[in-house]
Structures are given as C-alpha cells and as structure tokens.
Ligand binder design. Structure first.
Ligand SMILES: Nc1ncnc2c1ncn2[C@@H]1O[C@H](COP(=O)(O)OP(=O)(O)OP(=O)(O)O)[C@@H](O)[C@H]1O
Ligand SMILES: [Mg+2]
Length: 260
C-alpha cells in the first residue's frame, strides 16, 4: 500500500477551467475518485439494511458532480464514504489510486484533513465559538500555528463575504451566513475535493443561489472537484454531470452542459 502517493506536498497540477466546466477530464486514466462495486450494510442479521448495493463510478479531477435521488437512496451514505468518514462493507474506493478501505483509521483521518472540505446541511458549527475560530478549526487539527491559522481563516471568510462578521458567534448570524461560515471552514485547508450534502437545504432561494455561486466559482476558477447532494433541479443544473441514485444503486449517470 502506497500512502506516499497521497502525500499532500505533491503538486496536484492545475486544471484548465474550461475543461473542468465541461467535465472532459473525467477519463478513467485520470480518475481522482474511483468507486468499484461499493456496498454498505448497516446493522446485522434480520435488521441488516443494505444502503448501497454495488455502486461504481469514477470522478476526474475538476469535475462538478451533482448526486440526486429520493430520500433514503444512499446519497449521504456515499458522501460519508467519499469523505473517508466511513468505509464500504465490500468493494473498493480508490482515491488517487489509493484503496481507502485498506488505510488505518489514522491514515484515513490524514487523507480527510488534507484533501477534503465538507459542507453539510446542519452546518455543524460550534455554537459558542466565533465565526473565525470555527473556520480555524481544521487548521488546528493539522497543527498550523496560531498566526497562520488566523490569516488563512480571515482570507476564507473574505472569500465568502463575511470578514466583518468574523467575531460573531453562529447564533448572531443568519442561516445563510452560517452556511457561508461552513463553506469558509471547508475551504480554509485548500481542499482538492469539496463534498457538500444539501448545502442549501435550509436556505431561501436567494441565499441558496449565493451559496451555489460561491461553490461554482471554486470549481470553475480554482478547479476544485465538487460533489454535491441536492434535491433541487436548479442546483443540479449547475453541475456538468448528474449521478442519480435509486435504492442504493446508480440508476443514471449523465454528463451535460452546466447552467451557471
Ligand atoms: N447509521 C445508520 N444505521 C442504520 N441505517 C442507516 C444509517 N445511516 C443510514 N441508514 C439507512 O440507509 C439508507 C440510506 O440513507 P442515506 O442517509 O444514505 O439516504 P439519503 O439518500 O441521503 O436520504 P436523504 O435524501 O433523506 O438525506 C436509509 O434507509 C437509512 O435509513
Ligand atoms: Mg442524506
């Protein structure tokens, strides 16, 4: 097993924005993410439930993928596996060619911290902690010094238009602002992959559009690979590809022109 091949210091190369937009880099040879016949069973015996039933797909660097499907179809289960928060019951997940399920828990945590940014529906912000400290957290886990942490967090908050709200706690922020703090926290580590599970689920249309504009810009301008779970057609429309889940399987996987 070669963990060295996911060394975060290795140059990731650049992704041409135009290519990224059209998802043309998604050839198997360049696959950043490769799911091979992945299953996930929760529970045991008579109460066992197969949430994923043999899912295979590859995602190239710089792709913008929407994951859609009915409630309970396995979308969040797949996101947890993608983000190395969970492992498949069978099958394989290769990230940059590394089989994630063969890594130790610690190695998986390292992979997660260095390569992934997460935006989940519940925000998961610390309630009594200021916006800027919430954004700093992933850097704290990485052992980045206080001064460098604050600078990076300020820049990330700037990017989502919240610099002047840095010292406010989540309770003092609107839902949309909280979601932007969550995005800043996901970005502060300069992740290669952004995973977002219904990031606009709690927001009104205008706030949701603002969040999606930020996420789209990250994909188009910075070449960050984006996988986003959504129930909303206009959000899925922004992606260059839609993977549709039904009953723990990929029912449809299609590429298209994104609408920005
Ligand atoms: N920790 C768990 N233990 C047992 N069953 C689980 C667990 N997590 C998810 N499930 C089950 O697995 C199935 C898939 O759940 P998942 O959360 O992946 O669905 P989803 O597609 O994200 O749905 P939604 O759109 O409602 O968020 C569901 O039937 C769910 O009840
Ligand atoms: Mg879900």
């Amino acid at each position: 097993m070669k963990v060295e091949s996911v060394d975060p210091t290795v140059d990731r190369g650049t992704v041409d924005a135009d290519d990224a937009r059209h998802g043309v880099r998604a050839s198997a040879a360049e696959a950043l993410i490769e799911m091979v016949d992945v299953t996930k069973t929760y529970g045991q015996g008579t109460s066992a439930f197969e949430a994923l039933r043999g899912v295979s797909f590859t995602v190239g660097q710089g792709e913008f993928v929407a994951i859609t499907g009915p409630s309970g179809s396995g979308k969040s289960t797949m996101m947890n596996i993608l983000g190395c928060l969970d492992t498949p019951s069978s099958g394989s997940y290769l990230f940059s060619g590394v089989p994630v399920e063969r890594l130790s828990r610690n190695q998986r945590a390292l992979l997660r911290r260095h390569y992934f940014g997460f935006v989940f529906q519940g925000f998961n912000l610390l309630a009594r902690t200021s916006a800027v400290e919430n954004v700093e957290l992933p850097l704290l886990y990485r052992g980045v010094s206080g001064k460098a942490r604050r600078q990076a967090a300020d820049e990330a908050l700037d990017l989502v238009g919240l610099r002047e709200w840095a010292t406010h706690t989540p309770a003092e922020l609107s839902g949309g602002q909280q979601q932007r703090v969550a995005i800043a926290r996901a970005l502060v580590t300069d992740p290669q992959v952004l995973l977002a599970d219904e990031p606009t689920g709690n927001l009104d249309t205008q706030r949701g559009k603002e969040i999606m504009d930020i996420i789209t810009a990250l994909n188009v301008e910075r070449g960050i690979t984006v996988l986003i779970v959504t129930h909303e057609p206009d959000i899925a429309a922004r992606a260059g590809r839609i993977i549709h889940f039904v009953d723990g399987r990929v029912a449809n996987d299609s590429r298209k022109e994104p609408v920005h």
